[in-house]
Write a protein that binds this ligand. Structure first.
Ligand code: PLP
Length: 375
């Protein structure tokens, strides 16, 4: 079908745009020898896993279900890091995952031997205590009292037996300068153990596919660690894989006025793009401008009863009308994976635009999807 025929609300992921990102990542692997994994937490649209697997080394998971998805739908290198594994799931984790990363020495003591005896590569997440991001404490694993990763103070070199790799993840939507600064901190705290390792995983948060990202500095960071310590470098970006490759298409259901013009759309910030409220940020909207810049300004709100379900203020050349279609941009990442059915909101359909420009719906949701998560 044509784009105009897509039902709304609908997530639309554009294969051509996804491939542009994958090519950048693949070329980086070829130039540096690093390996890149899809962090499924950001983008779990498994329809595209066979395609992604043609470019990347594999996938990484934050827990058992993502690990299953990566194993079954991509079937390449399958890594996992989880803040704490459960006894009841660990056998399956071992059966699915090539690299198993632990968050603490107590978890390593509890499960490490089992992972090793199955031939899995064992890693430990470290916390270099180097905050490089301002304003987003919720996304900063280096913030005080963080539960994520072992700090230098808690690090016990005598318990590293059988550990093949170190993992850190501290960045969020950042450029390579923040990585370089973080590597300095990693080397100060953990550098003396790196030569005993086979690999190091730089985590995610690298905005590699963003226009203007400093690729040469990233390459220098990778080379520096590979040469100094002889380790295999892994990166596991989520965002960068599907950055700017998807949209949320919605329609205007009503237009009202209360001190300013308002429009209600058939999507919801709370249900379909929760980062808009959590981060918070104002998502880009095609053919719109900042409030007041164009002739007609509206506050766009979702179709829930939550007063704060507001997407943002936008201006348009023409007045909005019942049925006007709106295209929110950069909605492939941290959107589909975070949707919920609060207020009984329908989940957006999932559609793709293929390499020829044709749109197809790959998944539709209905009342049963709402009902089956409740009882
Ligand atoms: C969230 C996360 C990622 C991916 O982060 P992006 O910001 O989406 O690139 C990678 N690794 C770990 C451990 C994570 O928690």
């Amino acid at each position: 079908m044509r784009f105009e025929e897509l039902p709304t609300p609908c997530f639309l992921v554009d294969e051509g745009l996804l491939v542009q990102n994958l090519e950048i990542l693949q070329q980086l692997m070829e130039r540096t020898g690093c390996r890149i994994l899809l962090a499924q937490k950001a983008f779990s649209m498994f329809y595209f896993y066979p395609l992604i697997g043609q470019y990347l080394s594999g996938a990484t998971a934050s827990g058992l279900y993502e690990a299953r998805l990566g194993a079954r739908e991509m079937g390449k290198e399958n890594h996992i890091y989880c803040p704490a594994y459960r006894d009841s799931e660990f056998d399956e984790v071992v059966s699915l995952c090539d690299h198993i990363v632990f968050n603490s020495f107590s978890q390593l003591d509890r499960f490490g031997a089992k992972a090793r005896s199955a031939g899995r590569s064992v890693g430990l997440r470290v916390n270099p205590e180097c905050s490089t991001q301002e304003g987003h404490a919720i996304y900063d694993p280096c913030a005080p009292f963080s539960r994520l990763g072992v700090t230098a103070k808690n690090f016990d070199p005598d318990r590293l037996d059988g550990v093949d790799g170190l993992h850190f993840h501290t960045l969020c939507e950042q450029d390579a300068d923040a990585l370089s600064q973080t590597l300095d901190a990693v080397e100060v705290s953990f550098g003396s153990y790196l030569s005993r390792m086979k690999w190091i995983n730089f985590g995610g948060g690298h905005h590699i596919t963003r226009p203007g990202y400093d690729l040469p500095l990233l390459e220098a960071c990778i080379a520096r660690v590979q040469e100094r310590y002889g380790v295999q470098v892994y990166l596991e970006p989520g965002e960068a894989v599907a950055l700017n490759a998807g949209f949320l298409v919605c329609s205007v259901l009503d237009v009202l006025h209360n001190g300013m013009d308002l429009a209600i759309v058939d999507a919801s910030a709370a249900c379909h793009m929760p980062d808009v409220l959590e981060m918070p940020y104002r998502p880009p909207l095609r053919h719109s401008a900042e409030a007041g810049e164009k002739a007609h300004t509206y506050r766009l709100g979702g179709n829930t009863c939550l007063a704060g379900d507001v997407i943002g203020d936008y201006s348009f050349d023409e007045p909005l009308q019942l049925g006007s279609r709106l295209l929110f941009e950069d909605m492939a990442i941290y959107s589909m994976v975070k949707t919920n059915t609060f207020n009984g909101m329908a989940l957006p359909s999932i559609a793709v635009r293929d390499s020829r420009g044709d749109c197809h719906i790959v998944r539709k949701f209905d009342y049963e999807d709402f009902r089956t998560r409740l009882s």
